[in-house]
Write a protein that binds this ligand. Structure first.
Ligand code: 5GP
Ligand code: MN
Length: 329
């Protein structure tokens, strides 16, 4: 039913503003471009914006050059704002939030459990592996032509959010959708190579340094790693080059929760949580003002790196105790 309403808005709207979250990932970028290119094919005026620069890794995606900084858009007006893969409108960034407030219709399409239903119309499907998957299903139902360029973007959204079909959110449904996208000409081999086999040497040097910070709790259930700002400076890496580092602590045998602490500035740390089977890290991240999914979530915490590590680890240990208590009753 809601999907029908979304289709109607896509058909009837004229001037669209498409936005996603801070630190855009593959699902954010793939969804923005997959939908953006389709709406353009339908003859709509489409503006695509990102509050932070899109990592170079995604520069091979068709339409990458269409993504604009919100600061350049103040003179434009839009009838429809579409927010993709974003739990709350604040996560689009201050400038974009202002532009979205002036839209007649605000559409919220997402798959996070922590979504706040901030739109006039909210299509939030927490069973979807990626927002890109939801976009694909809508476009397919609309019967609009899906070019190989559009298919590549939506395929990358699914591949990146499922960790190449390895995470728990991988379903028969998302494999079927991915298969359809391959049938439509998604450039899967090229995407794999450019996403996963083009690591910079400096990011390997960063990994080497960060691995030395790897620690495991006494009971072996929590493992964590840190990226102090000085490592970024010493290796010449940007913060976006830490994207997959959280998988190292998580991958240790017996570990349930993997945590990565990225020092953004002297007083700010971006924390990533991943869990393997029973800890709801979305709730854990929410206790620090963040959110995400049950098995992958994040938050930003203010304080020194050491202080944030101490506070977050203490909260995680307590959280684990509660989770274990809940499973044993
Ligand atoms: P990551 O750890 O890779 O940055 O994010 C994991 C998941 O949690 C993603 O789905 C991301 O959108 C979400 N997430 C990360 N940081 C935050 C945050 O500060 N607030 C909210 N609401 N979600 C976040
Ligand atoms: Mn997503």
């Amino acid at each position: 039913m809601i999907k029908r309403d979304v289709e109607n808005i896509f058909r009837k709207g004229n001037n669209f503003l498409l936005a996603s979250h801070l630190n855009p990932d593959g699902d954010a970028v793939g969804s923005l471009l997959g939908l953006g290119l389709t709406l353009r094919e339908l003859g709509k005026n489409v503006t695509i914006t990102s509050p932070h620069p899109v990592p170079r890794t995604f520069s091979f995606l068709p339409g990458y050059e269409l993504i604009q900084e919100p600061g350049n858009l103040n003179s434009l007006t839009f009838d429809v704002g579409v927010v993709l893969d974003c739990t709350e409108v604040e996560r689009t960034g201050k400038e974009t939030e202002g532009l979205l407030k002036n839209c007649n219709t605000l559409l919220n399409i997402d798959h996070h459990v922590s979504n706040t239903n901030f739109g006039n119309l909210n299509l939030v499907d927490t069973d979807a592996a990626a927002t890109g998957e939801l976009i694909f299903e809508i476009l397919e139902e609309m019967g609009v032509p899906i070019t190989p360029e559009i298919a590549t973007n939506l395929y990358v959204a699914i591949v990146t959010d499922t960790g190449s079909f390895q995470h728990q959110n991988t379903t028969a449904r998302c494999h079927r959708n991915a298969a359809s996208l391959l049938g439509l000409g998604a450039a899967h081999a090229r995407a794999y190579q450019l996403l996963y086999e083009e690591r910079s040497l400096k990011s390997m040097r960063l990994l080497e340094k960060c691995l030395r910070t790897l620690s495991v709790s006494e009971d072996g259930l929590v493992a964590w790693m840190a990226v102090p700002q000085k490592y970024l400076i010493e290796t010449g890496c940007g913060i976006e080059e830490c994207e997959d580092l959280v998988n190292y602590p998580k991958s240790i045998s017996g570990v349930e929760v993997g945590i990565l602490f990225k020092q953004v500035s002297n007083n700010e740390v971006k924390v990533s949580f991943r869990s393997k089977s029973y800890v709801d890290v979305n709730s854990l991240a929410a206790s620090f003002g963040g959110g995400g999914h049950e098995r992958a979530a994040g938050c930003t915490v203010h304080g020194t790196l050491k202080d944030v590590e101490r506070r977050v680890l203490a909260a995680t240990v307590n959280f684990l105790l509660d989770a274990k208590g809940a499973t044993s009753t």
